[in-house]
Design a protein around this ligand. Sequence first.
Ligand code: G3P
Length: 218
Amino acid sequence: MKFFVDTAEINEIRELAATGLLDGVTTNPSLIAKSGRRILDVIAEICEVVSGPVSAEVAATEHGQMMKEAAVLRKIAPNVAIKVPLTVDGLKTCHALAQEGVMVNVTLCFSAAQALLAAKAGAAFISPFIGRLDDIGQDGMGLIADIVQIYANYPNIKTEVLAASIRHPIHLIEAAKMGADVATIPPGVIKQLYNHPLTDKGLAGFLKDWAGTGQSIV
Ligand code: G3P
């Protein structure tokens, strides 16, 4: 499973890239707003640090304008994936960009039917939002399972399932069990993945016993 980080904070991205665990980055207009910076600067800086796909989302809602924004964003670096919303105009834009060989991430997916449309439009990634479905009492994980199952029925579908709106490690583990290709994870949740109380307890015990030997390895 590929790990993307869902943030526009360059310092967090640098820190994670140094671990070697980072395969890509996703941003969205809310994350860019939170960074307080200009989208073009942020995306350019991220692309200097990460060689995998970096999703940059259009802000327009009309196809022609989306294409104009995509033209600007894709010039930043070859690894920019254009992110479009799952609307008619978004899918038209996805289709047009895919024909030109551009990676497109179709976002705001909340149903398996929408995911089928994105695949037909040639999306490189479909982003089903797990947490936001859970928030309204619907089954976010069930959506991932449905999409993975449907795509697997059609080997000609090359769209990767990118589990998004991940709120905690269980979302990630369940998505991995279901075979999602990618997860985009907030930095806070990535940090949670490392932690287990038995690891801390075990290490404390080893260090205590080691100190008692009086040895040193180097
Ligand atoms: O970037 C898309 C998605 O991961 C957003 O997640 O937490 O705002 O629902 P969230």
